[in-house]
Design a protein around this ligand. Structure first.
Ligand code: UD1
Length: 421
C-alpha cells in the first residue's frame, strides 16, 4: 500500500492542468451500454474508479480499448455484444457508482442484476430512489441475496418525482427512460453539471431530452441510439481542491481548464475568505494571502458541494476566527476531523456542523485517509503543517485524483509517494 509523505511549508506556484471529471466519466461509460457499437471518449481521467468501471464493463462483455488512455486520455469502448447483465459485489463494493449500469442494462437487455452497494465511509447512501424510479418506468425490482434484480419486458414513460435531489439517481433513471416507450418527466431532478453533460451526450446518441440543468427534465423515449464520440468536462472538484491548495499555502496557481461557471459557489466562498480568484486564459488564476473564517452549508448544485467540504475545513483550520461548516447532504462525513485534530486543529463537531477555530500552525503527523475527499483535506493540511506528514491509505485518493502528488510537486510542493512497509 502506498502513502504520501509531505514536508510542509512550501508556497505553491505555477500551472496545473485540470483533468477530466470523474463524476462525468462514470455515467458516460455506463451510458455507452445503451447504444451498441464503438464509443470514443476524450479527456478521460486516469483513475482507479475508471479502472473499476472498465473492469465492470468488461465482465458485461464490452470490449475496452485503453491504448490511448495513457498518452492522450482517449478511451474506446465497443458495446456491440453484451454477454452478461450482472454487476458483481466484488466490483460494486469498491465503487458505489457501479450502480449506474442498472438503468442502461435494463433499457438495453430488459434485465439487470446489480449488487447493492452496502454501507460506505460517509454514512448510509441508499439507492431506494433509483429503484423507485425504475419501478415507475415499469420494471419489476426485487432485492435477493444482496442483489438488486430488475426486469422489464418493456419500459414505459412515467412522471417521476424524486423525494431528494440525487445525482446518480437522476442519471440512472434518465438513462433507463431514454429508451422507454413514451414520455417521462423527472421532477426535482439534480442540477449538477455532470447530469447536464450526460444528458447532452445522450442527445448526441439520438435521445430526446429537454430541461437538463433545471429541476424538470423531459424525456421522449426513442427506439434506437447510436454510439458517440465525446470529450469529458474538466473536474470541478479537482479544480476546487487546487484552489484550496493555493489558498492554504499562500501560493499562486493558474488552473488550466478550470471552469468558473461550475465553481461559482466555491469561488464565492473562497473570495469571502480573502482568496483572490480571477478567470484567465481558459482557466482560473488563484492567489492566497491570509485567510478569514467563513461559514458554509453544503447543498446540492448550485450550492456549495459536499465534495469540497473536507477541503474547506482544512483551509479554515488556518483561517483567522471561527467558522461553522454544516454538512447537509451526507451524514457522517466528518471523519477527516479527528485526523486534522491530530495535526493540531481545533474543531468541535455539533450535530451536522463542524466548528473550526483557526490555529496559528498545524504540525505534521501520521494520518489515515478514510474517503476520497477526506484524503484531499489531509494532503492540504500536510502542505502547511510544520515537519513531516504521512497520509496513509491513499488508495482512496487514487480513486478520484489523477497523479495528485505529481501535479503538486510540479508547482513546488515537497510531496512523495512511498510504499508503506
Ligand atoms: C454523487 C457523487 C458524489 C457526491 C454526491 C453529492 C457521483 C459518482 N458521485 O453521489 O461525489 O458527493 O453526488 O453531490 O456522481 N439518497 C437517498 N436515496 C437514493 C439516493 C440518494 O436517500 O436513492 C440520498 C443520499 O443518501 C444523500 C443524498 O441523497 O444523502 C444525495 O446523494 P446523491 O446525490 O445520490 O449522491 P451520489 O449520486 O451517490
Amino acid at each position: 500500500m502506498d502513502k504520501l509523505v509531505i514536508h510542509g511549508g512550501r508556497r505553491l506556484q505555477g500551472e496545473v492542468s485540470i483533468s477530466g471529471a470523474k463524476n462525468a466519466a462514470l455515467p458516460l461509460l455506463a451510458a455507452a451500454i445503451l447504444a451498441p457499437g464503438k464509443h470514443v471518449f476524450h479527456n478521460v481521467p486516469r483513475l482507479r474508479d475508471i479502472d473499476t468501471t472498465l473492469e465492470l464493463l468488461t465482465t458485461l462483455g464490452v470490449e475496452v480499448d485503453r491504448s490511448g488512455l495513457e498518452h492522450d486520455h482517449t478511451l474506446a469502448v465497443d458495446t456491440a455484444n453484451l454477454k452478461s447483465h450482472l454487476a458483481p459485489y466484488e466490483l460494486v463494493k469498491t465503487m458505489r457508482a457501479s450502480v449506474l449500469v442498472l438503468g442502461p442494462l435494463l433499457a438495453r437487455t430488459g434485465q439487470a442484476e446489480v449488487s447493492l452497494p452496502g454501507g460506505c465511509a460517509i454514512g448510509a447512501r441508499p439507492v431506494n430512489l433509483h429503484l423507485k424510479g425504475m419501478e415507475q418506468l415499469g420494471a419489476e425490482v426485487q432485492i435477493e441475496h444482496g442483489y438488486i434484480k430488475a426486469q422489464a419486458d418493456k419500459l414505459h414513460g412515467a412522471e417521476i418525482a424524486f423525494d431528494i435531489s440525487t445525482v446518480t439517481g437522476t442519471e440512472n433513471v434518465m438513462m433507463a427512460a431514454v429508451k422507454a416507450e413514451g414520455r417521462t418527466v423527472l421532477q426535482n431532478a439534480a442540477l449538477e453539471p455532470e447530469v447536464v453533460e450526460l444528458a447532452e451526450a445522450l442527445v448526441k446518441m439520438g435521445a430526446k431530452i429537454k430541461g437538463q440543468g433545471t429541476e424538470v427534465i423531459e424525456i421522449e423515449g426513442v427506439k434506437e441510439l447510436r454510439p458517440v464520440e465525446h470529450a469529458i468536462m474538466p473536474d470541478r472538484i479537482e479544480a476546487g481542491t487546487f484552489l484550496a491548495a493555493a489558498a492554504i499555502t499562500g501560493g499562486e496557481l493558474l488552473l488550466k481548464g478550470a471552469r468558473a461557471d461550475h465553481l461559482a459557489a466555491v469561488i464565492a466562498k473562497l473570495r469571502e475568505a480573502g482568496v483572490a480568484i480571477e478567470e484567465k486564459g481558459g482557466g482560473l488564476r488563484v492567489r492566497g494571502d491570509g485567510l478569514r473564517a467563513v461559514d458554509v452549508s453544503t447543498r446540492p448544485y448550485p450550492g456549495f458541494p459536499t465534495d469540497m467540504q473536507a477541503q474547506l475545513i482544512a483551509l479554515m483550520c488556518r483561517a483567522e476566527g471561527l467558522s461553522v461548516i454544516t454538512e447537509t447532504v451526507f451524514e457522517n462525513r466528518f471523519m477527516h476531523v479527528l485526523e486534522l485534530e491530530r495535526m493540531g486543529a481545533n474543531i468541535k463537531i455539533q450535530g451536522r456542523s463542524a466548528i473550526v477555530t483557526g490555529v496559528p500552525k498545524l504540525s505534521g503527523a501520521s494520518v489515515m485517509a478514510t474517503d476520497l475527499r477526506a484524503s484531499a483535506s489531509l494532503v492540504l493540511a500536510g502542505l502547511i503543517a510544520e515537519g513531516t506528514t504521512e497520509v496513509l491509505r491513499i488508495y482512496h485518493l487514487d480513486r478520484g485524483y489523477e497523479t495528485l502528488e505529481r501535479k503538486l510537486q510540479a508547482v513546488g510542493a515537497e510531496i512523495q509517494r512511498v510504499k508503506e512497509q
